[in-house]
Design a protein around this ligand. Structure first.
Ligand SMILES: [Zn+2]
Length: 634
């Protein structure tokens, strides 16, 4: 590849992408048959009126799988995946009705089209169909693949039916961003107009009630008047992606600013350390500000994916590095932790603590192969297949590299092409080499994000130090006449560090977490000595030595040894509350071992926790530190 574009070539993200291709997608292809997704479309194609299986949005799982295949075929050709896609597209074409409408549930059940948009997911399915079609069109770079024709016929039907009138939109957003993407792909303005209409008419109570109230559907307040993310987390964040898309394509700065306000509020008051969002199982929803219990966190995998997609759009719209920081946090933690080491089991719910003997009616606390509501696994696969889309952008004669990983990235710049190879063992290593392979004839800029977590970054160009300009908003930008062979080296200190919660998060007061580079760490019982419950460990201040390891079931990793004390196990006699006499008991010196959060639950299913209580002396040390974060923790 010598022209513009990016692809993953190595390091952890490429390993994940390959695993998704080799292990996850074959599982999805089997499940499309086993779970009934393909069968439902066959019934619709045959005009049947009985036999539909599964929830009303079963079509969307197939569309997400097809989107994943579309992106996969661009970087890892596969006759098996191409054949599955061709067969599925032929079936979808056959099931589509003559006016463009397509929904296997509505067609087989005989229910009325668009009669209950609060719950029917008809345009949610349409949105995923459109996204799949765009993936196949862009990845194969051909103008008329059949799936794009199917998607356009459906989109045209939506424009005819909904366009230009006061109407409900779908209870589950995604059609908004899909229509804008289809507008970008085709240049057909009515798609953008309909997306804009759906955004503007939301929040006016037109959608109706699906049984969870209007906040659940983000239909309680017009988008422009809303200052915080509320309700069902995945719906809220898919809607935001569409809001930013509409704002950018229509040049609406006020609409964009409203989305930035909600993003800031979400990150500052409603995000777990992993970036995951959604504090409540009830309604799969956001909680109050600072309501962030680690054990009860819902943090649906799809919400992390939606968060990446929203943040990416804001990064494109604003060029602010904090969006790149947040995407990194989500990719390696909130998203990365959802997939088992083998790539064939998945989390839907991603808490930051699991106790021994955990029981939850709606979630077993272990990864599963598939789900009756299977939104997350194929969503994971479409993001894995498109991870290379989130690496780089160009603006004002500068190639910006937002993520650190093995990659080959090129852009049209300065009257030619700038192509670089990024080589690194990230996130295990913090050393990243960006080597220029092809340089344009004139001077241009090459930029890398300076991660917000990084306290001691050093950069050199061909061995000479360069420093970031604070005016460059979290990036190091080097402008020069680049030559093939030039190397921009980044040394991002990834030594383990302690992270303190905001004191308003009641559930986390007096605790601390371990992070290393972009990775959140956790403590699993499997790594502790026999008889040493992780629930009785308290952290003390001290060095955090790390060690390369290859753990059975987990694979290659870097563990961190954390100093502290082991307290006597709680007896459980009487109420679990006491007067001052029973507090402050000193424990015995001990060390606990932490591993990256994304690698948890690959062993025996015992206890895990991210946040660990601190000893009194560790709390005093934090106070003496005088850092704002330390003050916040007292
Ligand atoms: Zn999901």
């Amino acid at each position: 590849m010598d022209g513009p574009g990016a692809r993953l070539t190595g390091a952890l993200l490429r390993d994940w992408q390959r695993r998704s291709h080799e292990a996850s997608l074959p599982l999805a292809l089997r499940q499309m048959e086993v779970a009934g997704n393909l069968g439902n479309l066959r019934l619709a194609a045959a005009g049947a009126s009985d036999g539909y299986r599964g929830p009303v949005f079963m079509d969307s799982d197939l569309y997400k799988t097809l989107e994943a295949i579309g992106w996969e075929l661009a970087h890892d050709p596969s006759p098996a995946l191409a054949e599955f896609a061709a067969d599925a597209v032929a079936l979808i074409e056959k099931a589509q009705q003559s006016d463009g409408y397509l929904n296997s549930y509505v067609q087989v059940s005989g229910t009325t089209r668009y009669a209950r948009l609060s719950a029917s997911h008809e345009m949610y399915c349409a949105g995923h169909l459109i996204q799949a079609a765009i993936a196949h069109a862009r990845a194969q770079q051909s103008q008329g693949p059949p799936l794009l024709g199917v998607a356009r016929r459906f989109a045209d039907q939506l424009v005819d039916y909904f366009g230009g009138r006061e109407t409900a939109s779908d209870g589950h957003p995604i059609i908004e961003t899909a229509l804008v993407e289809l507008y970008r792909e085709t240049g057909h303005a009515p798609y953008l107009s309909l997306a804009s209409q759906f955004v503007e008419q939301r929040g006016r109570g037109l959608i109706g009630d699906s049984g969870f109230g209007s906040r659940y559907l983000q239909d309680h307040l017009p988008v422009r008047e809303s200052t915080e993310v509320v309700g069902h987390a995945v719906r809220a964040l898919y809607l935001e992606a569409g809001v930013v898309d509409v704002a950018v394509e229509t040049g609406d700065d006020e609409l964009l600013a409203s989305s930035v306000t909600r993003w800031q509020d979400m990150v500052a008051t409603k995000s777990s350390l992993t970036g995951g969002v959604g504090s409540r199982h009830d309604g799969e929803s956001f909680g109050d500000r600072f309501e962030l219990p680690p054990d009860r966190a819902y943090n649906e995998t799809c919400a992390s994916i939606a968060g990446i997609q929203w943040s990416w759009r804001l990064l494109l719209a604003t060029g602010d590095s904090r969006y790149g920081d947040h995407i990194e946090r989500l990719i390696y933690n909130g998203f990365g932790g959802a997939i088992a080491a083998g790539g064939q089991r998945f989390f839907y719910v991603n808490p930051l603590q699991r106790r021994d003997g955990h029981y939850e009616r709606d979630d077993p606390g272990r990864r599963r192969e598939w789900f009756s509501c299977a939104c997350c696994p194929p969503n994971i696969m479409r993001l894995m297949a498109s991870l290379d889309h989130y690496l780089a952008t160009t603006a004002d004669g500068v190639l910006y590299l937002h993520q650190f990983t093995g990659a080959s990235i090129g852009a049209n710049l300065a009257g030619g092409v700038l192509r670089v190879d990024m080589t690194t063992g990230y996130p295990w290593s913090g050393t990243v080499d960006v080597q220029v392979r092809i340089a344009p004839p004139e001077a241009c800029g090459l930029a890398v994000r300076v991660p917000a977590w990084c306290r001691a970054a050093r950069f050199t160009v061909n061995g000479s130090p360069v420093t970031p300009d604070p005016a460059d908003r979290g990036y190091l930008i080097v402008r020069r006449h680049w030559m093939p062979g030039d190397v921009l080296r980044c040394d991002l200190g990834v030594a383990p560090r302690l992270t303190y919660p905001n004191r308003r998060i009641d559930a986390l007061r007096g605790t601390v977490a371990v992070e290393r580079g972009p990775l959140v760490y956790c403590f699993e019982q499997a790594d502790q000595p026999a008889g040493a419950s992780i629930e009785d460990f308290v952290l003390d201040a001290g060095d955090l030595p790390e060690r390369d390891a290859d753990l059975p079931g987990v694979g290659p990793t870097v563990t961190v040894a954390v100093p502290g004390e082991r307290l006597a196990p709680a007896t459980g006699a009487g109420l679990p509350y006491q007067g001052p006499a029973g507090t402050g008991t000193a424990g015995t010196p001990a060390t606990a071992v932490a591993i990256p959060y994304f690698q948890w639950d690959n062993r025996d299913g015992r206890a895990m926790r991210v946040w660990i209580p601190r000893t009194r002396s560790a709390r005093n040390n934090a106070a003496a530190d005088r850092s704002p974060a330390a003050d916040e923790t007292l």
